[in-house]
Design a binder for this molecule. Structure first.
Ligand code: AMP
Length: 450
Protein backbone atom coordinates (compact mmCIF):
# COMPACT_ATOMS: atom_id res chain seq x y z
CA UNK A 1 0.00 0.00 0.00
CA UNK A 2 1.31 3.46 -0.80
CA UNK A 3 2.12 5.79 2.09
CA UNK A 4 -0.65 8.15 3.19
CA UNK A 5 -0.25 11.66 1.78
CA UNK A 6 -0.92 14.61 4.02
CA UNK A 7 -3.92 16.43 2.48
CA UNK A 8 -2.79 19.86 1.35
CA UNK A 9 -3.87 22.50 -1.13
CA UNK A 10 -1.68 23.98 -3.85
CA UNK A 11 -0.45 27.48 -2.90
CA UNK A 12 -2.87 30.32 -3.61
CA UNK A 13 -5.83 27.96 -4.13
CA UNK A 14 -8.89 27.43 -1.99
CA UNK A 15 -11.66 25.00 -1.19
CA UNK A 16 -14.97 26.82 -1.02
CA UNK A 17 -17.13 24.99 1.51
CA UNK A 18 -20.95 25.20 1.37
CA UNK A 19 -21.25 28.03 3.90
CA UNK A 20 -18.87 30.17 1.81
CA UNK A 21 -20.44 29.04 -1.45
CA UNK A 22 -23.88 30.17 -0.31
CA UNK A 23 -22.60 33.72 0.11
CA UNK A 24 -20.59 33.68 -3.13
CA UNK A 25 -23.53 32.30 -5.04
CA UNK A 26 -25.78 35.01 -3.65
CA UNK A 27 -23.44 37.68 -5.06
CA UNK A 28 -23.00 35.90 -8.39
CA UNK A 29 -26.78 35.38 -8.74
CA UNK A 30 -27.43 39.10 -8.23
CA UNK A 31 -24.76 40.01 -10.76
CA UNK A 32 -26.04 37.47 -13.28
CA UNK A 33 -29.60 38.72 -12.94
CA UNK A 34 -28.55 42.28 -13.74
CA UNK A 35 -26.45 41.14 -16.74
CA UNK A 36 -29.35 39.15 -18.14
CA UNK A 37 -31.81 41.98 -17.48
CA UNK A 38 -29.73 44.02 -19.97
CA UNK A 39 -29.64 41.21 -22.53
CA UNK A 40 -26.11 39.94 -21.96
CA UNK A 41 -26.01 36.19 -22.60
CA UNK A 42 -23.92 33.56 -20.84
CA UNK A 43 -20.72 32.27 -22.45
CA UNK A 44 -18.50 29.39 -21.34
CA UNK A 45 -15.16 28.45 -22.81
CA UNK A 46 -12.68 25.71 -21.83
CA UNK A 47 -10.34 26.24 -18.90
CA UNK A 48 -7.53 25.14 -21.24
CA UNK A 49 -6.57 27.04 -24.36
CA UNK A 50 -3.89 26.35 -26.94
CA UNK A 51 -0.80 28.14 -25.66
CA UNK A 52 -0.53 30.02 -28.97
CA UNK A 53 -3.96 31.58 -28.29
CA UNK A 54 -2.72 33.14 -25.05
CA UNK A 55 0.85 34.08 -25.99
CA UNK A 56 1.53 37.62 -27.12
CA UNK A 57 -1.66 39.03 -25.60
CA UNK A 58 -0.77 40.03 -22.05
CA UNK A 59 2.83 41.27 -22.22
CA UNK A 60 5.99 39.47 -21.01
CA UNK A 61 5.42 39.98 -17.25
CA UNK A 62 1.98 38.41 -17.33
CA UNK A 63 3.11 35.62 -19.63
CA UNK A 64 5.46 34.40 -16.91
CA UNK A 65 2.33 33.70 -14.84
CA UNK A 66 0.72 31.31 -17.34
CA UNK A 67 0.20 27.75 -16.12
CA UNK A 68 1.07 25.21 -18.77
CA UNK A 69 -0.99 22.01 -18.76
CA UNK A 70 0.58 19.19 -20.74
CA UNK A 71 -0.37 15.55 -20.47
CA UNK A 72 2.48 13.10 -21.05
CA UNK A 73 1.61 12.15 -24.63
CA UNK A 74 0.16 15.55 -25.51
CA UNK A 75 1.02 16.97 -28.92
CA UNK A 76 -0.94 20.20 -28.43
CA UNK A 77 0.69 22.87 -26.29
CA UNK A 78 -1.93 23.80 -23.69
CA UNK A 79 -2.20 26.43 -20.96
CA UNK A 80 -4.82 27.42 -18.39
CA UNK A 81 -6.67 30.61 -19.30
CA UNK A 82 -5.29 33.75 -17.67
CA UNK A 83 -8.38 35.89 -18.17
CA UNK A 84 -11.75 35.83 -19.94
CA UNK A 85 -11.09 38.54 -22.56
CA UNK A 86 -8.72 36.58 -24.78
CA UNK A 87 -11.09 33.57 -24.88
CA UNK A 88 -13.86 36.03 -25.86
CA UNK A 89 -11.73 37.42 -28.69
CA UNK A 90 -11.01 33.86 -29.90
CA UNK A 91 -14.70 32.95 -29.80
CA UNK A 92 -15.71 36.05 -31.76
CA UNK A 93 -12.97 35.44 -34.32
CA UNK A 94 -14.07 31.79 -34.75
CA UNK A 95 -17.79 32.56 -35.00
CA UNK A 96 -17.97 35.43 -37.46
CA UNK A 97 -21.68 34.75 -38.00
CA UNK A 98 -22.74 35.58 -34.40
CA UNK A 99 -25.27 38.43 -34.57
CA UNK A 100 -23.63 41.68 -33.57
CA UNK A 101 -23.54 43.53 -31.26
CA UNK A 102 -22.56 40.39 -29.39
CA UNK A 103 -23.33 40.94 -25.71
CA UNK A 104 -21.98 38.29 -23.40
CA UNK A 105 -21.07 37.74 -19.76
CA UNK A 106 -18.69 35.16 -18.37
CA UNK A 107 -18.24 34.31 -14.70
CA UNK A 108 -15.57 31.65 -14.28
CA UNK A 109 -12.21 30.80 -12.70
CA UNK A 110 -8.90 31.88 -14.22
CA UNK A 111 -5.37 30.91 -13.20
CA UNK A 112 -2.27 33.00 -12.62
CA UNK A 113 0.95 31.77 -10.99
CA UNK A 114 1.26 34.92 -8.86
CA UNK A 115 2.84 35.27 -5.46
CA UNK A 116 -0.20 34.58 -3.25
CA UNK A 117 -1.14 37.17 -0.63
CA UNK A 118 -4.28 38.52 0.99
CA UNK A 119 -6.94 38.89 -1.72
CA UNK A 120 -4.52 37.61 -4.38
CA UNK A 121 -4.97 34.00 -5.43
CA UNK A 122 -3.61 31.67 -8.10
CA UNK A 123 -7.08 30.43 -8.92
CA UNK A 124 -9.82 33.04 -8.72
CA UNK A 125 -13.07 34.00 -10.35
CA UNK A 126 -13.38 36.72 -12.91
CA UNK A 127 -16.69 38.22 -13.86
CA UNK A 128 -16.74 39.99 -17.21
CA UNK A 129 -19.46 41.70 -19.21
CA UNK A 130 -18.66 42.92 -22.72
CA UNK A 131 -20.26 44.16 -25.93
CA UNK A 132 -18.51 43.35 -29.20
CA UNK A 133 -19.33 45.06 -32.48
CA UNK A 134 -20.82 48.33 -31.20
CA UNK A 135 -18.48 51.27 -31.89
CA UNK A 136 -20.70 54.01 -30.41
CA UNK A 137 -20.59 55.44 -26.90
CA UNK A 138 -24.05 54.06 -26.06
CA UNK A 139 -22.40 50.64 -25.57
CA UNK A 140 -19.83 52.16 -23.15
CA UNK A 141 -22.57 54.00 -21.26
CA UNK A 142 -24.61 50.80 -21.00
CA UNK A 143 -21.66 49.01 -19.39
CA UNK A 144 -21.48 51.84 -16.81
CA UNK A 145 -25.22 51.58 -16.22
CA UNK A 146 -24.73 47.85 -15.56
CA UNK A 147 -21.91 48.64 -13.09
CA UNK A 148 -24.17 51.13 -11.33
CA UNK A 149 -27.10 48.66 -11.17
CA UNK A 150 -24.98 45.74 -9.93
CA UNK A 151 -23.26 47.68 -7.14
CA UNK A 152 -26.50 49.35 -6.08
CA UNK A 153 -28.33 46.04 -5.98
CA UNK A 154 -25.57 44.50 -3.84
CA UNK A 155 -26.03 47.37 -1.37
CA UNK A 156 -23.04 49.58 -2.18
CA UNK A 157 -23.78 53.26 -1.77
CA UNK A 158 -20.55 55.23 -1.43
CA UNK A 159 -18.95 54.33 -4.74
CA UNK A 160 -17.63 56.45 -7.57
CA UNK A 161 -17.20 55.46 -11.22
CA UNK A 162 -14.00 57.13 -12.40
CA UNK A 163 -14.02 57.90 -16.10
CA UNK A 164 -11.26 58.87 -18.53
CA UNK A 165 -10.30 58.24 -22.13
CA UNK A 166 -7.16 56.76 -23.64
CA UNK A 167 -7.40 59.52 -26.25
CA UNK A 168 -7.25 62.19 -23.52
CA UNK A 169 -4.16 60.48 -22.10
CA UNK A 170 -2.57 60.62 -25.57
CA UNK A 171 -3.35 64.35 -25.62
CA UNK A 172 -1.75 64.76 -22.19
CA UNK A 173 1.37 63.06 -23.55
CA UNK A 174 1.45 65.52 -26.46
CA UNK A 175 0.84 68.47 -24.13
CA UNK A 176 3.82 67.42 -22.01
CA UNK A 177 5.89 67.21 -25.19
CA UNK A 178 8.29 64.62 -23.77
CA UNK A 179 9.91 61.80 -25.77
CA UNK A 180 7.88 58.57 -26.11
CA UNK A 181 10.14 56.62 -23.73
CA UNK A 182 9.28 59.02 -20.87
CA UNK A 183 5.52 58.59 -21.33
CA UNK A 184 4.93 55.37 -19.33
CA UNK A 185 6.69 56.89 -16.30
CA UNK A 186 4.72 60.11 -16.71
CA UNK A 187 1.40 58.25 -16.82
CA UNK A 188 2.38 56.16 -13.80
CA UNK A 189 3.15 59.33 -11.85
CA UNK A 190 -0.09 61.18 -12.65
CA UNK A 191 -2.16 58.07 -11.88
CA UNK A 192 -0.96 58.33 -8.26
CA UNK A 193 -2.51 61.78 -7.70
CA UNK A 194 -5.24 60.45 -5.39
CA UNK A 195 -2.69 58.75 -3.16
CA UNK A 196 0.22 61.20 -3.12
CA UNK A 197 -1.50 64.49 -4.03
CA UNK A 198 -0.44 67.06 -6.66
CA UNK A 199 2.76 67.85 -4.73
CA UNK A 200 3.78 64.20 -4.78
CA UNK A 201 3.10 63.92 -8.51
CA UNK A 202 5.16 67.03 -9.21
CA UNK A 203 8.03 65.58 -7.19
CA UNK A 204 7.90 62.29 -9.11
CA UNK A 205 7.85 64.08 -12.44
CA UNK A 206 10.93 66.07 -11.36
CA UNK A 207 12.68 62.84 -10.37
CA UNK A 208 11.93 61.48 -13.83
CA UNK A 209 13.68 64.52 -15.31
CA UNK A 210 10.57 65.76 -17.08
CA UNK A 211 11.34 69.35 -18.19
CA UNK A 212 10.00 72.13 -15.92
CA UNK A 213 7.77 73.60 -18.65
CA UNK A 214 6.11 70.22 -19.24
CA UNK A 215 5.53 69.75 -15.50
CA UNK A 216 3.91 73.18 -15.30
CA UNK A 217 1.55 72.39 -18.20
CA UNK A 218 0.66 69.00 -16.70
CA UNK A 219 0.01 70.32 -13.21
CA UNK A 220 -2.27 73.06 -14.58
CA UNK A 221 -4.24 70.37 -16.38
CA UNK A 222 -4.47 68.09 -13.33
CA UNK A 223 -5.82 70.99 -11.29
CA UNK A 224 -9.04 70.80 -13.30
CA UNK A 225 -11.21 68.85 -10.89
CA UNK A 226 -14.84 68.92 -9.83
CA UNK A 227 -18.12 68.25 -11.56
CA UNK A 228 -17.64 66.02 -14.61
CA UNK A 229 -19.00 68.41 -17.23
CA UNK A 230 -16.90 71.29 -15.91
CA UNK A 231 -13.82 69.09 -15.95
CA UNK A 232 -14.52 68.19 -19.58
CA UNK A 233 -15.02 71.86 -20.51
CA UNK A 234 -11.68 72.71 -18.86
CA UNK A 235 -9.92 69.86 -20.63
CA UNK A 236 -11.45 70.88 -23.95
CA UNK A 237 -9.94 74.32 -23.57
CA UNK A 238 -6.47 73.17 -22.59
CA UNK A 239 -6.23 70.22 -24.97
CA UNK A 240 -7.79 72.08 -27.93
CA UNK A 241 -4.71 71.73 -30.18
CA UNK A 242 -4.83 67.92 -30.00
CA UNK A 243 -7.54 66.49 -32.26
CA UNK A 244 -7.48 63.01 -30.71
CA UNK A 245 -7.92 64.40 -27.19
CA UNK A 246 -10.84 66.56 -28.38
CA UNK A 247 -12.43 63.44 -29.86
CA UNK A 248 -11.98 61.62 -26.53
CA UNK A 249 -13.54 64.52 -24.62
CA UNK A 250 -16.51 64.47 -27.02
CA UNK A 251 -16.97 60.74 -26.34
CA UNK A 252 -17.07 61.30 -22.58
CA UNK A 253 -19.58 64.14 -23.03
CA UNK A 254 -21.76 61.73 -24.98
CA UNK A 255 -21.42 59.07 -22.30
CA UNK A 256 -22.54 61.55 -19.62
CA UNK A 257 -25.56 62.48 -21.74
CA UNK A 258 -26.50 58.80 -22.12
CA UNK A 259 -26.04 58.15 -18.39
CA UNK A 260 -28.33 61.03 -17.57
CA UNK A 261 -31.11 59.56 -19.70
CA UNK A 262 -30.40 56.15 -18.14
CA UNK A 263 -31.04 57.69 -14.69
CA UNK A 264 -27.54 56.94 -13.44
CA UNK A 265 -26.92 59.74 -10.90
CA UNK A 266 -24.05 61.80 -12.25
CA UNK A 267 -22.70 62.44 -8.75
CA UNK A 268 -21.60 58.77 -8.87
CA UNK A 269 -19.49 59.49 -11.98
CA UNK A 270 -16.25 61.47 -11.93
CA UNK A 271 -14.20 62.38 -14.98
CA UNK A 272 -10.55 62.22 -13.94
CA UNK A 273 -7.94 63.00 -16.55
CA UNK A 274 -5.25 61.46 -14.30
CA UNK A 275 -6.88 58.00 -14.20
CA UNK A 276 -4.76 55.50 -16.14
CA UNK A 277 -5.56 51.88 -17.03
CA UNK A 278 -4.09 49.29 -19.42
CA UNK A 279 -2.16 51.59 -21.75
CA UNK A 280 -1.29 48.69 -24.04
CA UNK A 281 -4.82 47.52 -24.31
CA UNK A 282 -7.49 50.20 -24.15
CA UNK A 283 -8.21 52.47 -27.11
CA UNK A 284 -11.08 54.74 -25.95
CA UNK A 285 -13.10 55.41 -22.79
CA UNK A 286 -11.68 53.74 -19.65
CA UNK A 287 -13.48 53.35 -16.36
CA UNK A 288 -13.11 51.92 -12.87
CA UNK A 289 -15.16 51.96 -9.68
CA UNK A 290 -13.78 52.77 -6.26
CA UNK A 291 -15.43 52.69 -2.86
CA UNK A 292 -14.65 55.29 -0.24
CA UNK A 293 -14.77 52.76 2.60
CA UNK A 294 -12.90 50.49 3.10
CA UNK A 295 -9.79 51.64 1.23
CA UNK A 296 -9.25 48.70 -1.07
CA UNK A 297 -8.71 49.98 -4.58
CA UNK A 298 -11.06 49.32 -7.46
CA UNK A 299 -14.12 47.05 -7.49
CA UNK A 300 -14.53 47.08 -11.26
CA UNK A 301 -12.34 48.07 -14.16
CA UNK A 302 -12.73 48.21 -17.90
CA UNK A 303 -12.89 50.21 -21.06
CA UNK A 304 -13.00 50.13 -24.83
CA UNK A 305 -10.50 47.85 -26.54
CA UNK A 306 -11.01 48.07 -30.27
CA UNK A 307 -7.89 46.14 -31.27
CA UNK A 308 -7.88 42.90 -29.24
CA UNK A 309 -10.05 40.90 -31.59
CA UNK A 310 -7.92 42.02 -34.55
CA UNK A 311 -5.12 39.89 -33.02
CA UNK A 312 -7.08 36.82 -34.21
CA UNK A 313 -8.59 38.11 -37.45
CA UNK A 314 -7.43 40.50 -40.10
CA UNK A 315 -10.15 42.95 -39.15
CA UNK A 316 -10.40 44.91 -35.88
CA UNK A 317 -13.77 44.77 -34.15
CA UNK A 318 -14.86 47.37 -31.61
CA UNK A 319 -15.37 46.04 -28.10
CA UNK A 320 -16.10 47.52 -24.70
CA UNK A 321 -16.65 45.94 -21.33
CA UNK A 322 -15.77 45.65 -17.71
CA UNK A 323 -14.49 43.15 -15.23
CA UNK A 324 -16.01 42.97 -11.75
CA UNK A 325 -13.43 42.11 -9.07
CA UNK A 326 -15.79 39.52 -7.72
CA UNK A 327 -13.38 38.15 -5.11
CA UNK A 328 -12.79 41.63 -3.78
CA UNK A 329 -16.51 42.53 -3.83
CA UNK A 330 -17.25 39.40 -1.77
CA UNK A 331 -14.46 40.28 0.71
CA UNK A 332 -15.76 43.85 1.11
CA UNK A 333 -19.35 42.70 1.58
CA UNK A 334 -18.12 40.28 4.24
CA UNK A 335 -16.15 43.03 5.97
CA UNK A 336 -19.05 45.50 5.94
CA UNK A 337 -21.71 42.89 6.87
CA UNK A 338 -23.65 43.49 3.66
CA UNK A 339 -25.19 40.03 3.21
CA UNK A 340 -28.93 39.75 3.87
CA UNK A 341 -29.49 38.34 7.38
CA UNK A 342 -31.84 35.65 6.03
CA UNK A 343 -29.16 34.15 3.78
CA UNK A 344 -28.03 31.77 6.51
CA UNK A 345 -25.28 29.16 6.59
CA UNK A 346 -27.13 26.13 5.16
CA UNK A 347 -29.24 25.46 2.09
CA UNK A 348 -31.58 23.27 4.15
CA UNK A 349 -34.45 25.28 5.62
CA UNK A 350 -36.01 22.50 7.70
CA UNK A 351 -34.55 19.39 9.25
CA UNK A 352 -37.27 16.78 9.53
CA UNK A 353 -36.28 14.59 12.49
CA UNK A 354 -37.08 10.88 12.69
CA UNK A 355 -38.61 9.73 15.99
CA UNK A 356 -37.82 6.05 15.32
CA UNK A 357 -38.14 3.43 12.56
CA UNK A 358 -41.90 3.21 13.04
CA UNK A 359 -42.31 6.90 12.15
CA UNK A 360 -39.79 7.06 9.31
CA UNK A 361 -42.51 6.95 6.62
CA UNK A 362 -44.30 9.94 8.23
CA UNK A 363 -41.09 11.95 8.27
CA UNK A 364 -40.26 11.10 4.66
CA UNK A 365 -43.80 12.02 3.59
CA UNK A 366 -43.66 15.36 5.43
CA UNK A 367 -40.29 16.21 3.84
CA UNK A 368 -41.67 15.40 0.41
CA UNK A 369 -44.72 17.61 0.86
CA UNK A 370 -42.55 20.46 2.16
CA UNK A 371 -40.32 20.19 -0.93
CA UNK A 372 -43.37 20.17 -3.17
CA UNK A 373 -44.43 23.41 -1.50
CA UNK A 374 -41.00 24.93 -2.24
CA UNK A 375 -39.40 24.51 1.19
CA UNK A 376 -35.92 22.94 1.22
CA UNK A 377 -36.27 19.99 3.60
CA UNK A 378 -33.81 17.33 4.74
CA UNK A 379 -34.61 14.11 6.63
CA UNK A 380 -32.11 12.97 9.27
CA UNK A 381 -30.58 9.78 7.88
CA UNK A 382 -29.42 7.81 10.94
CA UNK A 383 -31.34 6.28 13.88
CA UNK A 384 -30.09 8.62 16.62
CA UNK A 385 -31.61 10.28 19.67
CA UNK A 386 -33.52 13.50 18.95
CA UNK A 387 -30.91 15.49 20.88
CA UNK A 388 -28.24 14.41 18.34
CA UNK A 389 -30.51 15.37 15.47
CA UNK A 390 -31.06 18.82 17.01
CA UNK A 391 -27.34 19.27 17.55
CA UNK A 392 -26.75 18.44 13.87
CA UNK A 393 -29.27 21.12 12.81
CA UNK A 394 -27.63 23.64 15.10
CA UNK A 395 -24.12 22.88 13.88
CA UNK A 396 -25.16 23.09 10.22
CA UNK A 397 -27.10 26.31 10.73
CA UNK A 398 -30.44 24.77 9.68
CA UNK A 399 -32.97 27.31 10.99
CA UNK A 400 -36.04 25.14 11.65
CA UNK A 401 -36.49 21.59 13.01
CA UNK A 402 -39.70 19.56 12.51
CA UNK A 403 -40.84 16.79 14.89
CA UNK A 404 -43.27 13.96 14.15
CA UNK A 405 -43.54 11.80 17.28
CA UNK A 406 -46.38 9.47 18.37
CA UNK A 407 -48.46 12.38 19.76
CA UNK A 408 -48.16 14.53 16.64
CA UNK A 409 -48.87 11.65 14.24
CA UNK A 410 -51.93 10.63 16.23
CA UNK A 411 -53.27 14.19 16.08
CA UNK A 412 -52.20 14.59 12.41
CA UNK A 413 -50.04 17.53 13.42
CA UNK A 414 -46.39 18.63 13.16
CA UNK A 415 -44.29 20.46 15.73
CA UNK A 416 -41.68 23.01 14.64
CA UNK A 417 -38.93 24.73 16.49
CA UNK A 418 -37.13 27.84 15.25
CA UNK A 419 -33.67 27.25 16.70
CA UNK A 420 -32.52 30.86 16.92
CA UNK A 421 -35.54 32.06 18.94
CA UNK A 422 -36.52 28.77 20.60
CA UNK A 423 -40.08 29.51 19.46
CA UNK A 424 -42.23 26.36 19.04
CA UNK A 425 -45.49 25.79 17.19
CA UNK A 426 -47.68 22.74 16.60
CA UNK A 427 -49.80 22.94 13.45
CA UNK A 428 -51.94 20.65 11.27
CA UNK A 429 -49.74 18.74 8.82
CA UNK A 430 -51.44 20.36 5.81
CA UNK A 431 -50.38 23.80 7.05
CA UNK A 432 -46.76 22.88 7.57
CA UNK A 433 -45.31 24.63 4.51
CA UNK A 434 -46.98 28.07 4.92
CA UNK A 435 -46.25 28.01 8.65
CA UNK A 436 -42.57 27.34 8.04
CA UNK A 437 -42.42 30.01 5.42
CA UNK A 438 -43.91 32.38 7.97
CA UNK A 439 -41.13 31.50 10.41
CA UNK A 440 -38.38 31.76 7.78
CA UNK A 441 -39.58 34.91 6.05
CA UNK A 442 -41.73 36.84 8.53
CA UNK A 443 -41.78 39.94 6.32
CA UNK A 444 -43.20 38.03 3.33
CA UNK A 445 -46.08 36.80 5.43
CA UNK A 446 -46.93 40.31 6.51
CA UNK A 447 -46.84 41.40 2.89
CA UNK A 448 -49.27 38.63 1.91
CA UNK A 449 -51.55 39.47 4.83
CA UNK A 450 -51.67 43.20 4.20
P1 AMP B 1 -6.93 42.10 -14.66
O1 AMP B 1 -7.29 41.05 -15.69
O2 AMP B 1 -5.55 41.93 -14.13
O3 AMP B 1 -7.25 43.49 -15.12
O4 AMP B 1 -7.87 41.84 -13.39
C1 AMP B 1 -9.25 41.80 -13.50
C2 AMP B 1 -9.88 41.64 -12.12
O5 AMP B 1 -9.42 40.48 -11.46
C3 AMP B 1 -9.58 42.80 -11.19
O6 AMP B 1 -10.80 43.19 -10.60
C4 AMP B 1 -8.63 42.24 -10.15
O7 AMP B 1 -8.88 42.79 -8.87
C5 AMP B 1 -8.94 40.77 -10.15
N1 AMP B 1 -7.70 40.01 -9.88
C6 AMP B 1 -6.56 40.07 -10.61
N2 AMP B 1 -5.64 39.22 -10.10
C7 AMP B 1 -6.21 38.61 -9.03
C8 AMP B 1 -5.80 37.62 -8.08
N3 AMP B 1 -4.59 37.08 -8.16
N4 AMP B 1 -6.66 37.21 -7.13
C9 AMP B 1 -7.91 37.75 -7.06
N5 AMP B 1 -8.37 38.67 -7.91
C10 AMP B 1 -7.54 39.12 -8.89
Amino acid sequence: MSAKVEPRLPKGMRDLLPETMIRRRYVIDQVREVFEAFGFGPLETPALELTETLLGKYGPDAEKLLYTAQHPQGREQLALRYDLSVPLARVVAMHQDIPRPFKRYHIAPVWRAERPQKGRYREFYQCDVDTVGAPGTLADAEILQVVYEVLTRLGFTAFVIRLNNRKILNGIGLLAGVPAEQLPGLYRAIDKIDRIGPGGVEQELKEQRIPAGAIRRLMALLEIRGESREVLAGLRERLAPYAEATEGIGELEEILRHLEVMDVPLERVRVESAMVRGLEYYTGPIYETVVERPKIGSLTGGGRYDRLIGLFTRRDLPATGTSFGIERIIDVMEELGMFPPGLGRAVTQVLVTVFDGAYLADSLRLARSLRQAGVRAEVFLEPRPLSDQMRYADRCGIPVVAFLGPEEVKADRVKFRHLASGQERTVPRGEAAPQIRGILFPRDVRRVES
